[in-house]
Design a protein around this ligand. Structure first.
Ligand code: C2E
Ligand code: CA
Ligand code: CA
Length: 698
């Protein structure tokens, strides 16, 4: 009955009756480590020296009785497991309660039979084993809890009713809730409200069908913050396959999410301006196209390309170009509404997407707002820098219903805007496609035209404001195209600059202009000077000065009769070189005019450095001078400036008597415009000059 264990159990038997002790020895001595004592005192001493597993005590003992001994033993440390069996006489059995109270586990009645003894000891032994295994599992449980508690992951255990019975430290760290606050609740108190009922339904279905669920879920911290976690839920079942617990195991993935966000951000946004980049813009556009298709609305793409940004960039010190782009993007950002999208699609290109258009005037209003913004200078390095943009506009779905087509078309429209003279906008229309082909054809025929000498010059008289007498003429190139007829220089000059054809073309213009001047002079039709436009590319050409010299020599033209017109932007490409070149030209006696003045971004400090003779006020200021206060103010300022710098001042684009009167009054020396004459072929110019002269002498 009593089985051998790894270790023999130690038992102390105490009885003042030696016969009883003898019986114990006989029955138990072989398989238990038995020690017998006649007094409680000696048994206690022995126990203290070497604790026993079982005590078999007589109730009545001389001196300290069994009850007392049991109590004393129980008071010693780690004696909870000791099995104490009390042996009582029949008449003492009412003390039983007292004995149990003192810490006894069981009792035997005298006289004790060997069988009874064996049975009771077997029970005691089982009790010991049970306690041992319980302690073992408690130890395991405690270890597990320690492991749980030290886990980096949040752990939450609920019972079968989904009431929380355990949370670990990571749970508190992640959620902000202490265990006490969580225990007894269902995990629902953590929910963010982000997920639909269907989501939770699917979650519970997975748990009941597959015994678990894992995935990303948004929960709420104690401080109200919503955060993403990676959650794995598993179930615990007992031997009868009944569900007893749910274990949720989760980690906070907000950092990981943030990193993902960051990556997504980097892939989708331009780091310089923080605006959506080209690929992100395309995504937004694609979505917008779908929406427009669904609710039959229209949208617009505005594609802005900054004019001459490279030139501006080159005139600024390193890094300021970036600053300028940032400032530009800030101004643009200020213009767009909450449903619009602004993107930096390339170096100096921006795109604006307008959704649910109310009409085509909406994109026009937008470009005009952009132009107004850009009319104000940007302040960089203590300088005032002016920027303009050429804008292409297309409407969807009219001009295309996929992003590729639309981008191609809006790019073409932008190109057209550039072509018509920058700082302007152009709508895409099918006609532009043809024009783009034309552009290619144009380039080819431009090369041929130089060889075939299809170019000629027209001359526009410049009139002195004091007596309205012609004093000079500006040479303006014309292209007599065999099929297209007369082609405007506004169309082919930019292309000639792009391709470098401007160099031979410019040389040809200069020669023809000088020849015309000398020809008129030979017939006594005298002008103070003739002015010739020079493009930047031509001006900075290595051969430029040599070309001037040889032309003057070949035609016999005096340098003082020639004025060269350069635009502000040409001047600013390379200030040092410009000053050097201008000095060389003036040493020869040539005159220099700054053309289209006011449209660029000249700073006055630069202007002072250039040796100049003439300032030509751009026609855009003249056009509305009679009704636009700003234009009036600008013209006044330019005239004041020219006066201080002792420059001759020419106003272009004088179309009406009113323009002429105002400009005269303001002190403008020379007037040029349709009011007096359009640019004329040489013969007609001669006739015009003669007619004027006669009028005057009459
Ligand atoms: P620009 O130098 O500003 O020339 C003045 C332009 O204004 C000319 O246009 C002229 O016809 C026009 N214009 C003159 N008076 C009036 C007026 O009262 N009202 C209006 N609305 N316009 C007026 P055009 O001949 O078409 O020339 C355009 C531009 O082409 C010139 O502007 C110049 O930048 C360039 N260009 C012309 N010829 C040459 C050339 O030989 N070499 C270079 N490099 N550029 C040239
Ligand atoms: Ca000019
Ligand atoms: Ca001009």
């Amino acid at each position: 009955m009593i089985h051998d264990t790894d270790r023999k159990l130690r038992i102390l038997a105490v009885d003042d009756d030696p016969v009883a002790l003898l019986l114990y020895s006989r029955v138990l001595g072989d398989f238990l480590e038995l020690e017998t004592h006649e007094t409680a005192e000696s048994a206690l001493e022995s126990f203290k020296a070497k604790p026993a597993d079982i005590l078999l005590l007589d109730w009545l003992l001389p001196g300290m009785d069994g009850l007392e001994l049991a109590a004393r033993i129980r008071n010693l440390p780690d004696t909870n497991d000791v099995q104490i069996l009390v042996v009582t006489g029949r008449d003492e059995s009412d003390s039983l309660e007292q004995a149990l109270h003192a810490g006894a586990n069981d009792y035997l009645e005298k006289p004790v039979s060997p069988q009874q003894l064996m049975v009771r000891l077997e029970i005691a032994k089982r009790n010991l084993e049970l306690r041992e295994s319980k302690k073992e599992s408690e130890r395991k449980g405690a270890l597990m809890l320690r492991v749980f508690d030290n886990s980096m992951h949040g752990i939450l255990i609920t019972d079968r009713n989904n009431k929380i019975i355990y949370t670990n430290r990571a749970f508190s760290r992640i959620t902000g809730f202490e265990s006490d606050e969580a225990l007894g609740q269902t995990p629902a108190f953590l929910s963010s409200g982000f997920h639909s009922e269907a989501f939770y339904k699917q979650l519970w279905e997975s748990i009941s069908n597959h015994g678990g669920w894992k995935g990303e879920i948004w929960n709420k911290r104690k401080n109200g913050e919503i955060y993403p976690e990676w959650l794995e839920i598993s179930t615990v079942v007992n031997e009868d396959r009944e569900l007893t617990h749910f274990i949720a195991h989760f980690s906070d993935i907000s950092q990981k999410k943030q990193n993902e966000e960051q990556l997504r951000y980097l892939a989708s946004y331009d780091t310089l301006t923080g605006l959506p980049n080209r690929s992100h813009f395309l995504e937004i556009l694609d979505r917008s196209l779908v929406r427009a298709g669904e609710d039959r609305s229209k949208g617009a793409i505005l594609f802005l390309d900054l004019d001459r940004f490279q030139v501006i960039n080159d005139t600024l010190s390193h890094g300021s170009g970036d600053l300028l782009l940032r400032l530009v993007s800030e101004r643009l950002r200020g213009l767009i509404g909450p449903t619009d999208t602004l993107s930096r699609t390339g170096g100096d290109e921006f795109a604006i997407l307008l959704e649910s258009l109310s009409g085509v005037d909406q994109p026009i209003q937008m470009v005009e707002a952009v132009m107004t913004e850009f009319a104000k200078p940007f302040h960089i390095e203590g300088q005032e820098v002016y920027v303009s943009a050429s804008t292409g506009i297309c409407i969807f779905p009219d001009d295309g219903n996929d992003s590729d087509t639309l981008l191609r078309n809006v790019d073409m429209a932008m190109y057209r805007a550039k072509e018509t003279g920058r700082n302007t906008y152009h709508f895409y229309s099918p006609e532009i496609n043809t024009r783009a082909f034309e552009h290619l054809a144009l380039e080819a025929s431009l090369r041929r035209a130089i060889e075939k000498d299809e170019f000629l010059l027209h001359f526009q008289p410049l009139i002195a404001s004091e007596d309205e007498m012609p004093v000079a003429a500006e040479a303006l190139i014309r292209w007599q195209h065999p099929e297209l007829g007369m082609v405007s220089p506004a169309r082919f000059i930019p292309m000639a600059e792009e391709t470098g054809l401007i160099v031979p073309m410019g040389a040809m213009v200069l020669r023809k202009a000088c020849e015309a001047f000398m020809d008129l002079k030979s017939r006594d039709v005298n002008l103070d000077y003739i002015s010739v436009n020079v493009s930047a590319r031509q001006f900075f050409q290595e051969e430029f000065l040599g070309m001037i010299d040889s032309t003057l020599e070949a035609t016999g033209m005096a340098p003082r009769n020639l004025e060269l017109e350069l635009t502000e932007s040409a001047f600013l490409q390379d200030v040092e070189r410009t000053v050097e070149l201008l000095d060389l030209l003036r040493q020869r006696g040539l005159h220099i005019a700054i053309d289209d003045f006011g449209t660029g971004f000249s700073s006055l400090s630069y202007l002072k450095r250039f040796p100049l003779d003439t300032l030509k006020i751009d026609q855009s200021f003249v056009k509305d001078i009679h009704r636009n206060k700003d234009d009036m103010a600008i013209v006044r300022a330019i005239i004041a400036l020219a006066t201080v710098m002792k420059l001759r001042i020419v106003a272009e684009g004088v179309e009406t008597e009113e323009h002429a009167q105002i400009l005269k009054r303001e002190g403008c020396n020379i007037l040029q415009g349709y009011l007096f004459s359009r640019p004329l072929p040489k013969d007609e110019l001669e006739a015009f000059l003669n007619a004027r002269r006669q009028q005057n002498t009459v």
